[in-house]
Design a protein around this ligand. Structure first.
Ligand code: HEM
Ligand SMILES: [Cu+2]
Length: 760
């Protein structure tokens, strides 16, 4: 059956499902609305004039919060649209042949899936969140240019419709064909969804006749203008509209990320606009910007990726900002390394303009240029890693709460690490030459674009739900939903990575049958994601009418960790004003960090002496322990020599190994010295990380590891029983060593009890 009809029906079904849920939830409402009143029976229906007033209000509003909600709603609709594309891609790939839909359809699907998600879903949702919360976070009344704000938003719906006119025309044609002769409708069938990949590479994009490509270029251009307008507005707002108490040092982390994102937009998007127009001119007016006899097809790739790579960070940085904002609230500690996260954000912003040619390693550009792009691409991993380490450190020793946002944050960090590290591999030219255009790439970037970006949007939706609606969402459903989402995402995209390792090329509608199992797994994962999104939609809509009304402006107990940020203060005032709920007092305020001691710092000498003393006493205990252990081991050695499992000559080899004359005596000396220095020091350094509470258990672990090393290193081809005796002997002798070492150290440790912890 026609893909267009199926997709549009699916899309309409989901949207109607949402409306029906909201409708029934509204009708069944019996509890008081958040403003305290019960709806009278007659009030429940929406009258025509009310609907008209609401429509006028929402289409003409310049209030930053309302525009924010419009952006979020628009982005959600785009996500559902792009999501049905994704579900259909994965459905298509259930079978190795292209027998569910055609190859042409498959190409259309992945092209419009990519574009819809990147352009119409991610940035609008983040701009929506920014619109709603950024002014609250920085204490501004509104965005700097409220009307421009509305203009920017209202360019997006026509941009989306222009970009996806192909499918709309096709479905209109198919439906009209039921009542009018097909012959009249040819004009509607001329437009097909473009089938050239979201990167619009020339020469395919200049030669493909499909007129819809022109509309797509116009739609993308329009969306670019909208994005630039929004970015200008964010920058001006952050720079000029902050309250006087907020300087750069205490500007919240989300606003910092939006600032850098907007700066990237200002530099990147005008270039995209230019490139799109050049392409449009090449297609329609005979210019030769990208023709072989003109600028050449690779020129397009340069222009495209000069926008495209910063765009990657334009969609990632706001997600990183949300992570830095939300994660600390749910682990009960302030963000670790705030300054370094800010620096890393700026560093990413700058570097992101210097890495674009890593998308073009396989095009035959000058190898010297390639090498420098490899270097910058690897370098950009450093600031990203800084963020990750700071997030992990924020969780460390935290008071982690089990809540949907926590699951999403932790899952997001995990998938981001996976996606990020595979990106470093891809930045290496020889690796990229093999893996470019395979599912490895698709897996890599989805672990970011799915693994952290939507996850952070979901986390934000839960985190701010009480503030947005005055009610709580269904927490059990949310826990279930977020777990499903993380599981589904990991399952799908790790499987795509696996396909990539097998060098399965991407963007093909058919594949060899041996890959089918993995494809089925990935599709199941994708359906799990789809299901979780439906559950989220349901939770958001149903709880809007039926969620438990909040009784405090601090549903997340932020006051107790000193993280009751400005947007919540705004909410607190609103609750008091509208519902008379007084501000809450936290039971106790826990400190996020134990502050440094206030006393004057000890002198250098005073600081060195205790350290030196511990080092000397530790080293002494280690050396004595090593001596005891070595003596025990010597005992076992004698037994082994007596029963013939060990040859004393081995000591001579040991002496030769470190460059001494090969005698047994010198060898034994080396053995003794090593046993008293190297192994005890290693044990002292690593003991803490070995399993086991008791030193004895740790000692056994430790010596088992050393023994395995020795068994491999000194094994001399024994076989059968001899081998068994050898292994047994190696293990036993090292165990006695380990027990002697650990036991002695423990003995000395208990004689000098460690000073009482001076922290509460
Ligand atoms: C349910 C979640 C998703 C699934 C199952 C999914 C699936 C896929 C698959 C299988 C492809 C590869 C098509 C091919 O190369 O043959 C693809 C491509 C792509 N996806 Fe997704 N995707 C999902 C979510 C997203 C999101 C959230 C974004 C962006 C924010 C995104 C952006 C892209 C892009 C840019 C491409 C490249 C298209 C191309 O090769 O031209 N996807 N997706
Ligand atoms: Cu890139």
């Amino acid at each position: 059956m026609s893909r267009a009809v199926i997709q549009v029906s699916l899309f309409v079904a989901i949207l109607s499902g949402c409306f029906l849920t909201a409708y029934f939830a509204r009708r069944r409402r019996t509890d008081p609305s958040p403003d305290g009143g019960y709806a009278a029976i007659g009030e429940r229906g929406l009258t025509w004039s009310e609907a008209k007033a609401a429509a006028i209000r929402w289409t003409t509003t310049t209030n930053h919060r309302e525009i924010g909600l419009l952006y979020i709603a628009f982005g959600t609709v785009a996500a559902i649209w792009g999501g049905t594309d994704a579900m259909m891609i994965r459905t298509h790939l259930l079978t190795p042949e292209a027998n569910i839909w055609t190859e042409q359809t498959y190409n259309e699907l992945f092209t419009m899936h990519g574009l819809t998600m990147l352009i119409f879903f991610v940035a609008p949702v983040f701009f929506g969140i920014g619109n709603y919360f950024l002014p609250l976070l920085i204490g501004a009344d509104d965005m700097a240019f409220p009307r421009l704000n509305a203009v920017g938003f209202w360019m997006l719906p026509p941009a989306l419709l222009l970009s996806r006119l192909g499918i709309l025309a096709e479905v209109t044609g198919k439906s009209l064909a039921l009542v009018v002769p097909e012959g009249w409708l040819t004009i509607l069938y001329v437009l097909r969804e473009p089938a050239l990949g979201w990167t619009l590479y020339t020469p395919l994009s200049t030669t493909m006749p499909d007129p819809q490509i022109n509309f797509l270029l116009l739609g993308l251009h329009l969306s670019g203008i909208a994005t630039t307008i929004a970015a200008i507005n964010f920058i001006t707002t952050i720079v000029y509209e902050r309250t006087s108490e907020i300087g750069w040092a205490n500007l919240d982390i989300f606003s910092w990320n939006m600032l850098v994102t907007s700066a990237l937009v200002i530099f990147a998007f005008p270039l995209l606009g230019t490139a799109l127009l050049m392409l449009l001119f090449d297609r329609n007016f005979g210019t030769t910007f990208f023709a072989t006899e003109g600028g050449g097809p690779v020129l397009w790739q340069h222009l495209f990726w000069f926008w495209g790579h910063p765009e990657v960070y334009i969609i990632f940085l706001p997600a990183a900002g949300l992570m830095s904002l939300i994660l600390p609230k749910f682990v009960g500690r302030k963000l670790f390394g705030f300054k370094f996260i800010v620096y890393s954000t700026i560093a990413i912003g700058v570097l992101s303009f210097g890495v674009w040619a890593h998308h073009m390693f396989a095009t035959g550009i000058d190898p010297r240029i390639r090498a420098s792009f490899m270097a910058t691409s690897i370098a950009i991993a450093v600031p990203s890693a800084i963020k990750v380490f700071n997030w992990i450190t924020t969780i460390w020793n935290g008071n982690v709460k089990l809540a949907a946002p926590t699951i999403l944050c932790v899952g997001g960090i995990g998938m981001h690490i996976y996606g990020g590290i595979t990106g470093v591999f891809l930045a290496v030219i020889p690796v990229d030459i093999i893996y470019h255009d395979t599912y490895y790439v698709v897996g890599h970037f989805h672990l970011i674009v799915m693994g952290i970006i939507p996850l952070m949007m979901f986390a934000a939706s839960y985190y701010w739900y009480p503030l947005l609606t005055g009610r709580l969402y269904d927490r059990r459903l949310a826990l279930f939903q977020s777990t499903l989402l993380v599981t589904g995402s990991a399952l799908t995209f790790v499987t795509l990575m696996a396909l990539g390792f097998l060098e399965h090329p991407r963007r093909y509608a058919t594949y060899p049958a041996e890959f089918q199992n993995l494809h089925v797994v990935a599709t199941v994962g994708a359906y799990i994601i789809g299901l979780s999104v439906m559950l989220w939609l349901y939770n958001m809509l149903w709880s809007y009418f039926h969620g438990e009304p909040v009784e405090t402006a601090d549903p997340w107990d932020l006051k107790s960790t000193n993280q009751f940020t400005r947007e919540w203060q705004w909410f607190e005032e609103k609750l008091e004003r509208e519902r008379g709920i007084p501000p809450s007092e936290p039971e106790e305020v826990r400190r996020s960090y134990v502050p440094a001691q206030e006393e004057a710092p000890p002198s250098l000498y005073g600081r060195i002496v205790p350290v030196a003393r511990t080092v000397v006493s530790d080293a002494g205990a280690g050396a004595i322990g090593g001596f005891v252990g070595t003596m025990f081991m010597t005992g076992v050695l004698f037994v082994a020599v007596a029963i013939g499992a060990f040859d004393l000559e081995a000591f001579a080899d040991l002496a030769a190994l470190v460059g001494l004359p090969a005698t047994v005596g010198l060898g034994y000396a080396v053995f003794l010295v090593g046993g008293m220095t190297v192994w005890p020091l290693l044990f002292l350094a690593l003991g803490e990380y070995l399993p086991g509470e008791l030193s004895f258990v740790t000692g056994l672990w430790y010596s088992t590891v050393i023994a395995s090393g020795f068994a491999i290193a000194f094994h001399t081809d024994q076989l059968g029983l001899e081998l068994v005796a050898y292994l047994l002997f190696v293990l036993l002798s090292h165990w006695t060593y380990g027990l002697g070492l650990a036991g002695t150290i423990e003995y000395f440790g208990s004689r000098h009890p460690s000073p009482p912890e001076d922290q509460p």
